[in-house]
Ligand binder design. Structure first.
Ligand SMILES: [Zn+2]
Length: 334
């Protein structure tokens, strides 16, 4: 394939930059561990060697630790990354809600409490990095119109809380677009049919199926996950046979081969962006890790996937706010 025939695509890597803990225990609130942040220095060098410009969505406990701030600040001051905000409600003051599964999702909290948490987070980020923060992701994903309105009020211009095709008992992202979009503020899981607001742009992480079209695949996947069919282990059988695989572009969750399959489908769909995501806690090996890969395998998955993408597309590496600028040029309300 010649250079001219290759599609052009943006590549964003977003890193949920947060404390490490054993997910099987309760959510940590005080005295949380942020040792993994030390590993970001080496990780950033790996990113620099490939050309990746990571976006670090940083949460409260990380900026509550001066050593962690120093590490991120030096990378930020070198112009090699973007610092965004990440809200883990269970360890972001004020901590007045129940520390349970339901309340761990931002969308389930009283909006006044979310605002107090957000103001504390953004204020501390501003004090630590000496600049306003313009990008955001909720902890554990999910967004609704009330939270989106708060983000706009507090100066956020890019959100990345949408996790396409994801649903659990506490929230879902049903029907949300996979490609970046101007959200409908009355239902941010929908794109506006006409652009009436251009205050905030949504850039979901890349997700999809090993076949196009995604909407049909999602319906089949959802159907096969009903209690009766999942009792028959239909989703697992379809995965094994490669009939239908739901793939998230995360080197923690998917092998390099699966991510390459997803990229192939995304390029075929003429996706303008490939958005990979990982957690900073994956940069150290933890005895209680909740994913199938070691740190070394995760980095390998990431690098192999990026070189596959570079073979098949002309790639522009950018941060999430830079991606928003590029994708929305000449769009929106003037
Ligand atoms: Zn998180």
């Amino acid at each position: 394939m010649t250079m001219q025939n290759k599609p052009s695509v943006l590549f964003v890597l977003s890193v949920d930059t947060e404390e490490e803990w054993d997910w099987k225990t309760e959510f940590p609130q005080y005295n949380v561990q942020v040792e993994n942040i030390q590993a970001i220095q080496g990780f950033q060098q790996d990113c620099n060697s490939v050309g990746i410009r990571p976006t670090y969505f940083v949460d409260y406990p990380v900026i509550n630790n001066s050593q962690s701030v120093q590490i991120l600040k030096s990378i930020d001051q070198a112009g090699q990354c973007e610092i965004g905000a990440h809200l883990h409600p269970w360890c972001n003051p004020p901590m007045t809600a129940e520390n349970d599964e339901f309340s761990s999702h931002v969308v389930n909290l009283p909006i006044d409490l979310v605002e107090q948490k957000l103001v504390n987070l953004l204020g501390k980020l501003r004090a630590s990095f000496g600049k306003d923060i313009s990008s955001f992701r909720t902890g554990r994903w999910g967004i609704n119109s009330a939270v989106m309105a708060l983000l706009i009020k507090h100066g956020i211009t890019v959100d990345s809380s949408v996790y396409p095709y994801y649903r659990n008992s506490y929230f879902n992202c049903d029907g949300a677009p996979v490609e970046p979009y101007w959200p409908d503020l009355s239902n941010p899981l929908k794109a506006q049919s006409q652009i009436t607001q251009s205050s905030i742009f949504e850039i979901p992480v890349s997700a999809g199926f090993n076949h196009a079209p995604f909407t049909l695949c999602d319906k089949i996947h959802k159907l096969s996950s009903t209690p009766f069919l999942s009792f028959l282990r239909i989703p697992g059988i379809m995965w094994q046979l490669k009939l239908l695989r739901k793939i998230y572009l995360s080197p923690e969750l998917a092998s390099a081969t699966d991510m390459q399959t997803l990229i192939k489908v995304l390029l075929k769909r003429k996706a303008p962006i490939v958005h990979m995501n990982l957690h900073s806690s994956s940069l150290i090996d933890l005895p209680y890790s909740n994913h199938p890969f070691t740190r070394e395998q995760i980095l390998k998955n990431m690098k192999q996937t990026v070189s596959y993408l570079q073979e098949h597309a002309n790639v522009t590496f950018c941060t999430i706010s830079e991606a928003k600028e590029i994708l929305t040029q000449n769009q929106g309300i003037q």
